[in-house]
Design a protein around this ligand. Sequence first.
Ligand SMILES: [Zn+2]
Length: 234
Amino acid sequence: MKILNRSFLLIATTLLFANTIVVAQEHHDAGPKPLDPDEVISWLKKGNTEFEKNENIKHAIDPKLRMELAKGQHPQAIILTCSDSRVSPELVFNKGLGDLFVIRVAGNVTDDAVLGSIEYSAEHLHTPLIVVMGHTNCGAIAAAVSDQKDDDAHSASINNMVRTLTDKIQEAVLFINAKEPDPIRNALVSNVEFNTTLLRNSHPTLSNMVKKHELKIVGAVYHLEDGKVEWLNY
Ligand SMILES: [Zn+2]
């Protein structure tokens, strides 16, 4: 499972999304106005403020919108975040059905399957913004930090599948080392920055889109305690 065959992934992704790709290409041929990533960030910030203040919360789904979305999707932002039950991007940004293309994996790490999903949305759905969003009190981050401290190199409490995640987080910390005094905060920020850097440099699809200013990739931290999204270096 660890090493995925890119060709297989491409075929599987193509088959899975074939119908939507046709819709997206038709949409593209019709010449939609490209979205501005900075405007999308403002739109996310506004939604997060509404969530934080419990104002204008929209959880009801209009059946007409659902019917419309069945014809095709045009999400405005890609969110790579943690599987943690307390971190739901649609709630945190106060957005509805069809607004966000969300990839969730414990510790918001990147592998071939994650990258394939992100490339699909960026390239075929023309989504102009990727947000890599970690969060406070993340179990995956805590496990990676505690495992790193363990003198026995690898603590017995972490099984092999979880280790795949913690190894990726430890690699991120070693590579970026955000110099935060708190080791948990350091791992959290390093992991977000490592994955934003990895996506920006992902060749050729994402790196070319970034160069052409068709795509922006930013990091963020969601604070469980007050509901606020902290934007890193933005
Ligand atoms: Zn988490």
